[in-house]
Write a protein that binds this ligand. Structure first.
Ligand code: ADP
Ligand code: MG
Length: 441
C-alpha cells in the first residue's frame, strides 16, 4: 500500500464509513483531503477552522483507531486549512443545528417598510432586499458603508427581520463589532473559545455592525477572518457595515479587505432634500401626528447630514408641543428647535460661507459682494445671501450691508427666490445641499 497522504487518508476514511452514520461522514469527512504523511504525522486539509475544532473535539479518537487499524501503529493526525483561497465545501454543516441558537438581537422596529428610499440609499436598499430574499445566493458578503446616522444599522436589521420572516428557522444574529470583541475576550478569559467559535460559525446570517472599529485590533481581525471563512464556506450570509469602504479602513489586513470585496460593496449617501422631507413625513405619520408642511420643510432644510438628528428634531418638537400644549406651526417650531438649529448656525463663520459659495460657483469673493450685476454673479450672490440667512443669525439688514450695502428687501427677495428654486428644482436643491454640507461638516 502506498503511503502518501492522499491514499492513506482515503483508506482511513473507508474504515470510518463503517463506524459512523453516512450523513455524519458526508458532513465532516467528504470535504477533507489527505495532504501528506511525514514523520508519522498525517496532514489533512479541511475547509475551514471550524472543522479543525469540531473534528478534534468529536472524532479524534475514532480517527486514531481507524488509522491504527490501517497502519498497525499510532499516528498523529494534524488538520489544516487552506485559507489562501475561498473555501466552498459541498455539505451544509448539519450537525451544528444542535447548538442552542443565540437570540438574534434584531430590533423589530427597523424594517424595510419604514425605510424611506431615495437616491442616496436606493442601491444599498435594493441590494439589502435581494440579500434578505435569497441569503447567500446574491451578494455575499454585503458590505454597506456610509456616514453616521444614515441608516446602515437600520438597513442591516431590516435584512435580518425580513429574512427571518421568510425563512423561519434561519439563525440570524446581529452584533456590533465592539461587542463581538468583548465576547471574544470574555471567551478567552473563561476558556470558552470553542463555544464562542461554535456560536458564530453555526449561524445562517451574521450581521456585523461598524466594522471600522476593527482597525488596529489584530486578534479581532483574526477571529473575524476565520468566522468569515467558516460562514462563507458553508454558504451562509454575511453583512458588514462600516463608516468607510474596506480599503479605507485604517490598518485593516489585506486578506479581510479582499474578502469584504468578494461580494458587493455599496454606500449610503447623505439624503437629499426630497428624501429628508419624505423621512420626516413618514416618521410623523407613524407617530400619528400631523406636522404642517412648512415645518417639515424647515427641519429638512436645516438638518442635512444626519437622519438621526432629523428624527431627533421631530421628536423634540412633538415632545415640547405636547408638554406645553402648544400647536406646532412654523413660528413655534423655530422656537422649539432653536437650541438644535440655532447653535449650528452660530458656529459658522460668515467669511467661510462667502469663500465656499464663491469657490463653488467659481467666481471671486470680491465680485460676489461687489456692485456689478453681471449675469454670472447674480445667482451666486443670491445663493450667498440665502445661505447666510439660513446658517447665521445675521439680520436681513446686516446681510445686505455685507453684500455691498444692499437694501434688506433685496436680501429678502434673494432668499425667497432661492427658497422657491430649492423647492422646485431638484438639481439646484442638491447643489445648495452640497455647499451647506461643506460648511457644516
Ligand atoms: P447608522 O447606522 O448609519 O449610523 P442608523 O441606521 O442608526 O444609522 O439610522 C439612524 C436613524 O435614522 C435610525 O433611527 C433610523 O431608523 C433612521 N433612518 C436612517 N435612514 C432612514 C431611512 N432611509 N428611512 C427612515 N429612517 C431612516
Ligand atoms: Mg449604526
Amino acid at each position: 500500500m502506498e503511503l502518501n497522504g492522499l491514499s492513506l487518508w482515503e483508506t482511513i476514511q473507508e474504515r470510518l464509513k463503517e463506524k459512523i452514520p453516512e450523513q455524519t461522514f458526508k458532513t465532516w469527512f467528504s470535504p477533507t483531503k489527505g495532504i501528506s504523511f511525514k514523520d508519522n504525522i498525517l496532514f489533512v486539509e479541511v475547509p475551514n477552522p471550524f472543522f479543525i475544532d469540531w473534528l478534534e473535539e468529536h472524532y479524534i479518537e475514532i480517527l486514531q483507531e481507524a488509522a491504527l487499524s490501517v497502519l498497525n501503529r499510532k499516528v498523529k493526525i494534524s488538520f489544516m486549512t487552506n485559507t489562501t483561497k475561498p473555501v466552498n465545501p459541498e455539505p451544509v454543516l448539519k450537525e451544528i443545528v444542535t447548538f442552542p441558537s443565540p437570540r438574534s438581537n434584531l430590533r423589530e422596529r427597523y424594517t424595510f417598510d419604514n425605510f424611506v428610499v431615495g437616491k442616496c440609499n436606493q442601491f444599498a436598499q435594493a441590494a439589502s432586499l435581494a440579500v434578505a430574499k435569497a441569503p447567500a445566493k446574491t451578494y455575499n458578503p454585503l458590505f454597506i458603508y456610509g456616514g453616521v446616522g444614515l441608516g446602515k444599522t437600520h438597513l442591516m436589521h431590516a435584512v435580518g427581520n425580513y429574512s427571518q420572516s421568510l425563512y423561519r428557522n434561519s439563525r440570524v444574529f446581529y452584533i456590533p463589532s465592539e461587542k463581538f470583541m468583548n465576547e471574544m475576550v470574555y471567551a478567552i478569559k473563561n476558556q470558552e473559545t470553542l463555544e464562542f467559535k461554535n456560536k458564530y460559525r453555526s449561524l445562517d446570517m451574521l450581521l456585523i455592525d461598524d466594522i471600522h472599529f476593527l482597525g488596529d485590533k489584530v486578534s479581532l481581525q483574526e477571529e473575524i477572518f476565520h468566522t468569515f471563512n467558516a460562514l462563507y464556506g458553508a454558504q451562509k450570509q454575511i453583512i458588514v457595515t462600516s463608516d468607510k469602504p474596506p480599503r479605507e479602513i485604517p490598518s485593516l489586513e489585506e486578506r479581510l479587505i479582499s474578502r469584504f470585496q468578494w461580494g458587493l460593496v455599496v454606500d449610503i449617501q447623505a439624503p437629499d432634500l426630497e428624501t429628508r422631507i419624505a423621512i420626516l413625513n413618514k416618521k410623523s405619520e407613524m407617530d400619528g401626528i400631523n406636522v404642517p408642511e412648512d415645518v417639515i420643510f424647515y427641519i429638512a432644510n436645516n438638518i442635512r447630514t444626519n437622519i438621526r438628528e432629523l428624527e431627533g428634531s421631530l421628536v423634540r418638537l412633538l415632545a415640547i408641543s405636547s408638554l406645553t400644549n402648544t400647536e406646532i406651526n412654523l413660528t413655534t417650531a423655530k422656537e422649539m428647535l432653536d437650541s438644535i438649529i440655532g447653535s449650528k448656525r452660530n458656529q459658522i463663520n460668515m467669511n467661510s460661507i462667502l469663500r465656499t459659495v464663491a469657490d463653488f460657483f467659481d467666481v471671486s469673493e470680491e465680485s460676489l459682494i461687489g456692485k456689478r450685476r453681471t449675469a454670472s454673479v447674480v445667482l451666486p450672490r443670491q445663493v450667498g445671501m440665502y445661505i447666510l440667512r439660513e446658517l447665521t443669525s445675521l439680520s436681513l439688514k446686516e446681510i445686505g450691508t455685507k453684500f455691498g450695502g444692499r437694501d434688506h428687501t433685496t436680501v429678502l427677495h434673494a432668499y425667497d427666490k432661492i427658497s422657491k428654486m430649492i423647492k422646485e428644482d431638484k438639481d439646484f436643491s442638491n447643489k445648495i445641499d452640497k455647499i451647506i454640507r461643506k460648511l457644516i461638516s
